[in-house]
Design a protein around this ligand. Sequence first.
Ligand SMILES: Cc1cc2nc3c(=O)[nH]c(=O)nc-3n(C[C@H](O)[C@H](O)[C@H](O)COP(=O)(O)O)c2cc1C
Length: 184
Amino acid sequence: MSRGNVLFLLSGSIACYKACTVISRLTQAGVAVQTVATPSALRFVGKATLEGLSGRPVFSDLWEEGRALDHIEHARWADLALVCPATANTVNRLAAGLSDDPLGALFLAWELGQKPWWIAPAMNHRMWEHPATAASLEKLRGWGVQVLDPVEGPHACGETGSGRLVEPEEIAAKVQAALGKIQR
Ligand SMILES: Cc1cc2nc3c(=O)[nH]c(=O)nc-3n(C[C@H](O)[C@H](O)[C@H](O)COP(=O)(O)O)c2cc1C
């Protein structure tokens, strides 16, 4: 029996490889995971990896044959959505309500306030501290989005500061705990 349905949305950060660990932990725990990836995310991690870990084809193209209503159906199906990693670009796009890709369309089709939509940002500390990013995060929080605040530490670019993705094991544990509280 499924321990809940998670819509797992990846955007284009170096931390995509860590997101694979989160997906693996969730599926091992019996959670059904549907992945969604931006074109940039697919430059960091391949469709074969995401499909292999989740057991389901990745949703990455609104216009793909046979997937015309996936942006509505996946939003209905999932108990919780998690954008992991969430890039600065994706945070700003979500706050602008843009829906010209699967990730943005699913966000607008989501019952915010009824079901949890989480984001786990990962970015350079200057991108994290930029007023554009800060304003978008404030807006998203105001709409009921839960932000798994990134932590301080070294970045792939060689700089140190806040913006590092929360550790994968911690994210997976938080998702499982939240699913455990959801009545289905
Ligand atoms: C090697 C590399 C690593 C990157 N890592 C990040 C990152 O961790 N966080 C971020 O916000 N953007 C990062 N970017 C920039 C994004 O990939 C870029 O803004 C992209 O347009 C994001 O698109 P998406 O949000 O639609 O996936 C990185 C780019 C490259 C080339």
